[in-house]
Design a binder for this molecule. Structure first.
Ligand code: 4AD
Ligand code: MG
Length: 478
């Protein structure tokens, strides 16, 4: 029996006149003669030419879109398939039938909305095959980047009692009966009876635990799922998303920004190099999509150009105060104002403001630093001005915020004072504060939303389309 090969390997080595076996799913079957077979290893289909006159008619009928087949035959040069080689089939075996009457994926273009409704089958499409291969490559590149720099991959907990961002957007985790939970004398749910003996939740960020690691191992990163119980049904938010959070001892804010920029450029470049076919396919998809838009709204650059641009240009770096000045003096469109006009220093930037800065004003990724303390998390290092903190957000065209990070407050007294002012549980967080009591040092870190990065690299526009199993307020059955 001949050895099975993956279609990617077969198409890339371009060798001919040998016999082999491939297995995959039928994308199309034309004229009772040409099968386009895909096995998920590449976006390119292998054309298999069937000798239908000498084939069992019952088997021939079972070659339908979606069917799993095994094909054995000779690899020969191809003229018409768009590939250099094709297979002249000697034997076709049906491994799994797919009833053409009920198989939801027809050999035509389906809308992403429709495919979201059949999310269990969308992996079979060219678009999602490309997206999830790129996702894989980016994940691999994340580990490669940090590993090559000597960072330690630290696994931080999923179930935790701490609220790392102090924002209260947490999913509760409990073993208590939700209908009849035990109550305290005051009528509150008594978490003492719980398996963990206290209220726990799914992590919103691994940062605080990451800081514990960094204050001993120097450089660590986390890469895992994080959870936010924010009911925002937007194309940029998920209830469960993956975050990459490096944390570095002896790094100040500038070192932090430099690392973040180098990191993003590395992973984007790595995907471009290793998934060129998939990215070019997605770029073409985007061109088709752009054609549906009015001329004025079409993007000036293609996907590959956009990625190349990011690789070869320095990110703009400005302070929050500079950003406010720019926004105060600008009109987003000839006659349209911002929905939320920027009048005062101190308000948080809305996504329309972020997009204006990145897409209209600078036309490149922008790092905004030194935000007002009042709109950022408790752990950020306070500046001497008393008003701002050493925060940095990285904003990307078409995406908005892709990274949030900061230099951390390493001064014990200042951190405690800040926590007290915000009514955070100082005593319960002794473990965090101990890093500031014993051998404290300047340190920094950031969090990159993995799905937002994938949106950028694939040119997809809805975050539900770049995670295999999106968890949103409306989507959780599998
Ligand atoms: O800005 P955030 O909330 O920062 C933190 O969690 C810090 N603890 C990170 C750190 O300094 N270690 O989140 C970081 C990034 C955002 O910039 C965004 O890219 C992504 O995580 N993000 C989300 N992605 C998808 N869905 C959501 N609901 C997201 N919330 C944040
Ligand atoms: Mg943020």
């Amino acid at each position: 029996m001949s050895q099975r090969v993956k279609i990617k390997q077969l198409l890339s080595n371009e060798a001919v006149q040998y016999e082999t076996t491939v297995k995959g799913w039928v994308r199309t079957f034309r004229s009772n003669r040409f099968i386009a077979l895909n096995d998920g290893s590449t976006n390119n289909n292998l054309q298999i030419v069937v000798d239908f006159e000498n084939m069992d008619p019952a088997t021939l009928k079972r070659i339908t879109t979606g069917a799993a087949i095994s094909a054995t035959g000779t690899i020969v040069p191809s003229l018409g398939s768009g590939q250099k080689v094709e297979m002249q089939a000697k034997n076709i075996e049906i491994l799994g039938d797919s009833d053409p009457e009920t198989y939801p994926l027809q050999p035509k273009k389906h809308s992403l909305e429709f495919l979201r409704e059949i999310a269990h089958l969308r992996f079979r499409t060219a678009t999602f095959g490309a997206v999830f291969r790129v996702r894989h490559t980016l994940a691999y590149a994340v580990h490669k980047f940090f590993n090559d720099k000597g960072f330690v991959y630290l696994h931080t907990p999923i179930v935790t009692a701490s609220d790392a961002e102090g924002a209260g957007e947490m999913f509760r985790v409990t073993t208590l009966d939700p209908i009849n939970p035990p109550l305290t004398d005051e009528g509150q749910v008594d978490f003492k009876e719980d398996f963990f003996g206290r209220a726990t939740n799914l992590t919103v960020s691994g940062q605080l635990e990451g800081e514990l690691g960094a204050m001993a191992l120097s450089d660590i990163y986390t890469f895992g799922p994080t959870f936010r119980a924010e009911n925002s049904n937007t194309a940029r938010h998920l209830a469960e998303f993956w975050m990459i959070e490096p944390e570095m001892a002896f790094y100040d804010l500038e070192d932090n920004m430099n690392l973040a920029e180098e990191f993003i450029k590395f992973v984007v470049g790595y995907a471009l190099e290793h998934n060129r076919d998939d990215i070019e396919f997605l770029a073409q998809r985007l061109v088709e999509e752009e054609k549906q838009k009015p001329q004025a709204e079409r993007s000036e650059m293609g996907l590959v150009e956009k990625l190349e641009f990011v690789l070869h240009n320095q990110f703009e770096r400005i302070t929050y105060t500079q950003a406010i000045d720019i926004l105060k003096n600008s009109k987003p469109n000839k006659n349209k104002k911002f929905q939320y006009p920027v009048n005062d220093w101190g308000t948080d930037l809305q996504s329309e403001h972020e997009r204006y800065l990145v897409e209209k004003h600078f036309k490149k990724p922008v790092i905004i630093t030194d935000y007002p303390a009042a709109i950022k998390s408790f752990y950020m290092k306070q500046n001497d001005d008393g008003n701002t903190v050493r925060a940095m957000d990285i904003l990307f065209p078409g995406i908005g915020e892709i990274v949030g990070g900061s230099q951390r407050e390493e001064n014990y007294d200042k951190l405690v004072a800040k926590m007290e002012a915000l009514n955070l549980p100082v005593e319960e967080m002794y473990w965090y504060l101990d890093t500031r009591r014993f051998g404290s040092a300047v340190h920094s870190g950031f969090g990159l939303g993995f799905e937002r990065l994938i949106l950028f690299v694939t040119g997809m526009t809805n975050i539900r389309d770049v995670i295999p199993f999106p968890r949103t307020p409306k989507n959780a059955e599998f």
